[in-house]
Design a protein around this ligand. Structure first.
Ligand code: SPM
Length: 279
């Protein structure tokens, strides 16, 4: 038997292990090590620098919540920036909105796009949508030159180590604030409420000095450590459910996780995290 082991948390006495049939690709880009596994229980799995990014089994719970929550928190989003997201999973959800006129995907590592387009055909079509522009660049640099440009920004980063570290820092979030339109909304991958409470609390303390609205919401992804991952919801004006409308959600096709009820409930936090973020 072959076992993939995610060693990110090993020093803390825990590991994720998944049995695989074969390694479909393994290569080094200028930024990271990329692998795609054919797993026994979860279909194909994308791994960057030894950390699971997505599996065919449960990626929808992550990508739907990354895109549909901010899109439905905004009254009428016409422009979207996806930071990272080179695998195309977030893009596949974004192109479901006919109201979007501009969708920019800014990914630092073109190899992630090339590898994913080959191995995850479920996402591939989204790259050909006429509204989509792919920019291969460090998003932290790209966003510095943008003002009042995007209604929604979705930060689909890997973990805050390696190439994505900068995407969790104050300077970047200040640039995100400026890049948003006046009623703009940004969300970002923000770790597990079970395993990274201190990190989440620090991130919130930082972002409270930038955005008038800051909330944490979460989704359930069995193949991420602890089975859950959360997002920071940062808004320049409205709250996460201010503009939420059941009829807009009902127009979305192919949903497996997101619904109007899930949108509302995802912001209801367990007491331990609610109290930690209230301090
Ligand atoms: N489009 C999929 C990209 C996924 N980005 C988030 C990956 C997070 C992986 N780590 C999970 C949390 C452990 N620190």
């Amino acid at each position: 038997m072959n076992w993939f082991t995610e060693t990110l948390e090993t020093s803390l006495g825990r590991q994720v292990q998944i049995e695989y049939k074969k390694i479909l690709t393994s290569s080094h880009s200028d930024f990271q090590h990329l692998e795609v596994f054919e797993t026994v229980p979860y279909g194909k799995m994308l791994v960057l620098d030894g950390v699971i990014q997505l599996t065919e089994f449960d990626h929808f719970a992550y990508h739907e919540m990354l895109i549909h929550v901010p899109m439905n928190a905004h009254s009428n989003p016409k422009s979207l920036l996806i930071v990272g997201g080179g695998d195309g999973g977030a893009l596949a959800e974004a192109v479901k909105y006919p109201s979007l006129e501009t969708i920019i995907l800014c990914e630092i590592d073109k190899t992630v796009i090339d590898v994913s387009r080959k191995h995850f055909p479920e996402f591939d079509k989204a790259f050909d949508d006429k509204r989509v522009t792919v920019i291969i660049r460090d998003a932290a640099e790209y966003i510095k030159h943008k003002t009042n440009a995007f209604d929604v920004i979705a930060i689909d980063s890997s973990d805050p180590i390696g190439p994505a570290e900068i995407l969790f820092q104050e300077a970047f979030y200040r640039d995100v604030f400026s890049a948003l339109t006046e009623d703009g909304v940004a969300v970002s991958q923000s770790e597990s409420m079970y395993y990274h409470q201190d990190f989440i609390a620090e991130l919130f303390a930082q972002n409270k000095t930038i955005f008038p609205v800051n909330e944490y919401y979460y989704t359930l992804v069995p193949t991420y450590p602890s089975g859950t991952i959360g997002f920071s919801f940062c808004s320049r004006s409205s709250g996460p459910t201010t503009h939420l409308q059941a009829d807009r959600v009902a127009e979305l096709t192919g949903l497996r996780y997101y619904s109007e009820a899930i949108h509302r409930s995802a912001f209801v936090l367990p007491v331990f995290l609610r109290d930690k973020l209230a301090r």
